[in-house]
Design a protein around this ligand. Structure first.
Ligand code: ATP
Ligand code: MG
Length: 597
């Protein structure tokens, strides 16, 4: 099977086909999407947590399982919508009793434990602002973000607090309360017990009037291209979370849904907590770490029907599943409930789409968005033809365009004007017409940077893309990563994807290395699959393989083997770090780098 042949037929009445897509787009308005939500009782506004929890609990769906939490030891515990409503009300009361109110920022530094959901949704109920951190962050990134985000409250565990925050507490005078989940607060001065406080708090809480424009979430970007930026999101974003999860993830209330993204990253919040609960699904929450067999087991045992993951996770599955096991996988693990798989965060190599079809029996639906956009913008829809390697088509309510670019790869702005490239196939900066509800409202303390992200009525994404003649968008690269080589502009993604088609290659990261003749030459860092030796012969083979696929102008001139490509905690290859190491330049902000620097 070749990847060009992958298509999925429309399921009548369930998911739109292409004609339906055009019709849906034509009919769609954000105000209608807004009307699909309940709003706070008595017309007192729109609150994310109300839509996610209380609305279901109050509408005879309280007995439905909201969270199915799988502990590290595989024990499963469940939380119903009614119970989640009570727990989050208790936590909102705790905040209120501590004098924490509207607009105050509550940070979480937690793994995927049930208390995380209580803390996030309870904070939103109280009209306070939630900022999630990766629990794997070291002390510096934690302190940096607590300070930048003006943290008032931190919810964490004793061990994380001891290792990452306790020493820094004196330099964070604004951090008034630290709440410790689980045991240990007694031995830690200056902390309170999350469990004791919530147990003692009343389970009735009236959500205060919440304006759709009230700040709800603070999300730091992944830091792939530089220091992370704090993106501000408001309660109205829930309208977009709801609508886009229906279109791009095909979520229905009957679904059992699993999102593997860490809650410290925007995906783990928007589509790991808010959107699925607003849809009233049962959410699978896995506290454990990545492990291929465990993951297949969870998909099977929990009867997961919709799965949202990331290219890095899929590539790991591809790398660690022995070829002889692949054909039996759906049967061995009982994956028959699985009906939709989606991916986000990085370009999804066509290879991974094919792998999904062959091994899971389903193609993987790539979609594209950013921390700033707050929701999925461009997607391969459930029933549309998937074009592997493409990020898909703009969602209903989203207007996307490719803008003519200048020398630096960014959109060319002349007298405040930009040029929309109408002709298909031309590369330029991907831009979006602002106006969807989850659009970020600013970068924290950085008005200038926010304003610089707009021109001529467009939001400039910093990514390069092209549109084909049928309207599918293709990711080319980040403007910062594009390589100018001998008069050609080379997108690293294209080169990485070609290398990954070689059976020995697990992953690749491609950069430009300055060269006196060509300006830059294309250099690839390649990690090999287990069992393959990094020999000079393998290097030659890969160089020749890439040249055959890509032609001499685009193919890498150099290859280095690297079994540990640097990546962000959200799973993105940090090309800027590969480049800095190669050129002996300062490495810049590495707060989001996974593993030891
Ligand atoms: P920073 O802005 O701090 O450098 P970041 O851009 O990686 O970090 P995120 O907001 O987490 O932070 O990631 C958004 C970016 O991820 C997009 O701009 C794009 O470059 C990349 N991305 C996300 N989804 C896709 C996709 N499906 N295909 C290609 N690239 C994607
Ligand atoms: Mg970015």
């Amino acid at each position: 099977m070749t990847w060009e042949t992958i298509r999925k037929d429309a399921t009548p009445g369930v998911t739109p086909n292409l004609a339906d897509y055009e019709r849906t787009r034509a009919d769609f308005t954000w105000s209608r999407a807004r009307a699909a939500l309940a709003g706070l009782p008595g017309g007192s506004g729109l609150n994310m947590a109300y839509e996610a929890v209380d609305r279901h609990a109050g509408a005879d769906r309280g007995g439905k399982v909201a969270l199915r939490c799988i502990g590290r030891d595989d024990t499963v515990s469940t939380v119903t919508y009614a119970e989640l409503a009570r727990r989050t009300a208790r936590f909102a009361n705790v905040l209120r009793s501590l004098g924490v109110g509207r607009g105050d920022v509550v940070f979480t530094l937690l793994g995927r434990c049930p208390e995380l959901y209580t803390a996030v949704l309870g904070t939103l109920k109280n009209a306070s602002v939630l900022c999630p951190l990766f629990s794997a962050f070291g002390p510096d990134p934690v302190e940096q973000r607590l300070r930048l985000g003006d943290a008032r409250v931190l919810v964490t565990t004793a061990s994380l607090y001891r290792r990452k925050v306790a020493d820094r507490r004196p330099s964070l005078p604004g951090l008034a309360h630290v709440l410790i989940v689980g045991p240990g607060s007694g031995e830690l001065p200056g902390t309170l017990s999350f469990d004791a406080l919530t147990a003692a708090a009343p389970e009735q809480f009236t959500i205060p009037p919440t304006s759709p424009e009230d700040m709800a979430l603070l999300h730091f970007t992944s830091g792939t291209t530089g220091a992370p930026k704090g993106a501000i999101h408001v309660h109205e974003a829930v309208v977009a979370h709801h609508a886009t999860a229906a279109y791009a993830l095909d979520l229905h209330s009957e679904d059992v849904y699993w999102c593997t993204a860490d809650p410290g990253w925007v995906t783990g919040m928007s589509y790991g907590i808010i959107a699925p609960l607003v849809h009233g699904v049962t959410l699978v929450v896995d506290e454990g770490d990545y492990d291929a067999r465990r993951w297949y087991r969870i998909l099977g045992e929990q009867r997961v029907s919709v799965w949202y993951t990331a290219p890095t996770a899929l590539r790991m599955l591809m790398r660690t599943t022995p070829r002889q096991e692949r054909h039996d996988l759906p049967v061995t693990y009982g994956l028959s409930a699985l009906r939709f798989v989606a991916s986000v965060g990085e370009p999804l190599n066509p290879e991974a789409v094919v792998w999904g079809q062959e091994v899971l029996g389903l193609p993987v639906h790539d979609n594209w968005w950013q921390t700033e956009t707050g929701c999925i913008m461009v997607a391969n829809f459930a029933a549309c033809e998937i074009r592997p390697g493409s990020m898909g088509r703009p969602l209903p309510g989203v207007e996307a365009a490719v803008l003519e670019r200048g020398e630096d790869g960014r959109a060319l702005i002349t007298d405040g004007k930009v040029t929309v490239l109408e002709k298909p196939g031309v590369e330029g900066e991907l831009a979006l017409r602002p106006g969807w509800p989850s659009m970020f409202r600013g970068y924290l303390n950085d008005k200038e940077r926010y304003e610089a992200a707009f021109a001529d009525g467009w939001y400039l994404t910093g990514d390069l893309a092209r549109r084909d003649e049928d309207g599918w968008f293709w990711f080319v690269g980040r403007a910062d990563d594009v390589i100018k080589s001998a008069g050609h502009l080379v997108g690293p993604f294209e080169v990485e994807s070609a290398l990954m088609e070689h059976p020995a290659v697990a992953e690749a990261g491609v950069i430009g290395r300055p060269d006196p003749v060509a300006g830059n030459i294309v250099k690839a860092f390649v990690s090999l699959r287990p069992g393959t030796e990094p020999t000079p012969a393998m290097k030659r083979e890969l160089l020749a393989f890439a040249r055959r696929r890509l032609g001499p102008a685009v193919a890498p001139r150099e290859i280095a083997f690297d079994q540990n490509l640097p990546r962000t905690r959200s799973g993105k290859v940090m090309r800027r770090l590969l480049r800095a190491r190669e050129l002996g330049l300062p490495t810049g902000d590495l707060s989001t780098l996974e593993g030891p620097a």
